[in-house]
Design a binder for this molecule. Structure first.
Ligand SMILES: Nc1ncnc2c1ncn2[C@@H]1O[C@H](COP(=O)(O)OP(=O)(O)OP(=O)(O)O)[C@@H](O)[C@H]1O
Ligand SMILES: [Mg+2]
Length: 443
């Protein structure tokens, strides 16, 4: 017999002759054997020894074979040990009852040696295979569980990388575009602005000259006077300087905007630089200016700046500007969408308030961006930082803004991004950035 077929067999029978016979038969071929003369004793042995198979007599005093079988099948330590009943040759009813109780097989008396050994061998082997199968199943389940955990982690990492890529791409494409536009604008703008100054001076000289001329020669003749009426010379003389002044305002505005664009997109992505957060906020607001103006559906959005005294900090200003941009753009959306749901009095106009301050311990800079828009339900609020979560219509929102912002604040700056919101009242986002090394505070 091979080692894998050797097993421990428990024989329970009240007949000493049967016990003796089975003992010698089984030990002869290599099985280990335990013997019990009563059901109770047999159950105790089965509970305390690694029994592979039980041969069980049916007719016994006190506990009979069926009762013993029942107890073995219901005890957790013994419920999976295969049981073979031993019955008289003609007891068909008993055979059926035994099998019904959960026995795996039966052998008939008088014993036929080869049959007994063949059946025992098969059932011990079956039990081993079943155990192996259960073991395999368990380890398979565990492997599936491990793989699932691994895969979900890979998925989470993938999403994170994707966010980083989108973030980087968004920034660099905006950065490149703006750098290009700002560069292209600068020269012609400088040229126009410079010439406006010269032109203004020239126009003043011309007007002066003309007035002097008119004072000296009041009767300039019919032709000149007709021309003066034709071109409305009086109006022209008044309007020309104003026109030049407003052109100057226009070029100043473009120049400010292009400086803001430059500040906004300063693509210092690889190193942190000492930067002024207020400059970042102002340039962001300047870029969003067109979205703050009144529309047919709402009044102009008022922006209130409550800037505190804060030090310059070492940061990726270009990226922080992106955070300000996402949060302010969301606030504008909330003010646009939800004024009708607002529980605020109708005379309170749409407003965005920006506070900046240094935390009491001087360790953190806090930027709060508050709106009095529609606010959020707690359910929405619990998901706003999730990748691709949006409540906006297709094409209006991608659900990336806040997850990108959270990544920038938390991972790139070791800070925190917190949201407070009340439905119908408004929302506050607070960005907390550590001040960092003392050198920064000096700035
Ligand atoms: N100030 C706010 N008031 C009310 N709801 C807001 C506010 N800011 C964000 N939310 C909610 O959080 C959601 C997620 O914002 P997030 O900026 O991540 O994505 P989005 O604005 O929908 O799309 P985008 O990727 O274009 O920014 C929004 O769809 C909105 O429901
Ligand atoms: Mg957004």
């Amino acid at each position: 017999m091979t080692t894998e077929e050797i097993g421990l067999v428990l024989v329970i029978d009240d007949s000493f002759t049967n016990l003796e016979l089975l003992y010698s038969l089984l030990t002869e071929v290599g099985y280990d054997v335990l013997l019990a003369k009563q059901g109770r004793k047999g159950i105790d042995l089965a509970k305390t020894h690694p029994v592979d198979l039980i041969l069980l007599d049916i007719i016994m005093p006190e506990l009979d074979g069926f009762q013993t079988c029942n107890l073995l099948q219901t005890a957790p330590e013994t419920h999976d040990i295969p049981i073979i009943f031993m019955t008289g040759i003609s007891d068909n009813l008993e055979k059926a009852k035994g099998l019904g109780l959960g026995a795996v097989d039966y052998i008939t008396k008088p014993f036929y040696k080869d049959e007994i050994l063949a059946r025992i061998k098969i059932h011990i082997k079956l039990r081993r295979l079943t155990r192996e199968l259960i073991h395999e199943k368990q380890s398979l389940e565990q492997r599936v569980e491990e793989r699932t955990a691994e895969l979900s982690q890979i998925l989470a990492e993938l999403q994170k990388t994707q966010l980083q890529l989108v973030r980087g791409e968004k920034l660099s494409s905006i950065g490149q575009l703006v750098a290009g536009v700002a560069h292209e604008i600068k020269n012609p703008l400088g040229f126009i602005a410079g010439n406006i100054d010269i032109a203004t001076e020239a126009v003043y000289h011309l007007i002066e000259y003309l007035e002097l001329y008119r004072a000296k020669f009041p009767n300039s003749g019919e032709e000149i006077q007709r021309k003066g009426v034709e071109i409305d010379i009086e109006y022209l003389l008044q309007d020309l300087p104003k026109m030049l002044a407003s052109m100057k305002v226009g070029t100043d505005r473009i120049s400010n905007l292009s400086t803001s664009l430059g500040t906004f997109c300063r693509s210092d992505t690889s190193v942190k630089v000492l930067a002024d957060i207020h400059e970042g906020l102002d340039s962001t607001l300047m870029i969003l200016q067109h979205r703050l103006k009144a529309t047919p559906n709402r009044r102009e959005i008022k922006v209130v700046k409550n800037y505190g005294k804060i030090p310059r900090i070492r940061c990726y200003l270009g990226q922080l500007n992106q955070v300000f941009m996402n949060i302010i753009a969301n606030a504008i959306d909330a003010l646009e969408e939800g004024r009708e749901n607002s529980i605020l009095p109708p005379d309170v106009g749409p407003q965005i308030t920006i506070y900046t301050k240094l935390s009491a311990d001087g360790q953190q800079i806090r930027v709060q961006i508050a709106d009095n828009g529609q606010g959020m339900t707690p359910e929405v609020q619990s998901q706003i930082f999730d990748y691709l979560f949006t409540t906006k219509a297709v094409g209006k929102g991608t659900g990336l803004g806040l997850s990108i912002s959270l990544q920038i604040v938390k991972e790139a700056h070791n800070g925190n991004l917190i949201c407070y919101s009340e439905l119908g009242e408004g929302t506050v986002f607070e960005i907390q950035i550590p001040v960092g090394d003392p050198e920064a505070i000096a700035g």
